[in-house]
Design a protein. Structure first.
Length: 94
């Protein structure tokens, strides 16, 4: 069930509806807020839209890194699982 939660990002309050718990939504909003403030402080973004796009790209890049890491770990677990299964099967035949 969706619940309402208000968060503040870059000095603006946003009423949101989410299936997630309030603490998680607020934590994610705080992360976005911190990233926006860091970009604004660095002077890389001229206006709010540019800052939002830069932060969106940062988050997309971080997500892509996590997806690649997840795929690598998943393949590693599969390979190790198959090796363990083969070892167990060989041991059972002895």
């Amino acid at each position: 069930m969706k619940r309402s939660v208000s968060v503040e990002i870059a000095g603006r309050t946003y009423p949101l509806r989410s299936d997630g718990d309030d603490a998680t939504v607020r934590r994610l909003a705080a992360d976005v807020d911190a990233r926006i403030r860091a970009v604004m402080k660095s002077g890389r973004g001229v206006d709010t839209q540019q800052v939002a796009v830069l932060v969106a790209l940062q988050l997309a890049e971080a997500l892509e890194r996590e997806r690649l890491l997840h795929a690598k770990l998943k393949a590693d677990v599969r390979t190790r699982g198959q090796a363990l299964l083969a070892l167990i099967e060989r041991h059972a035949l002895v």
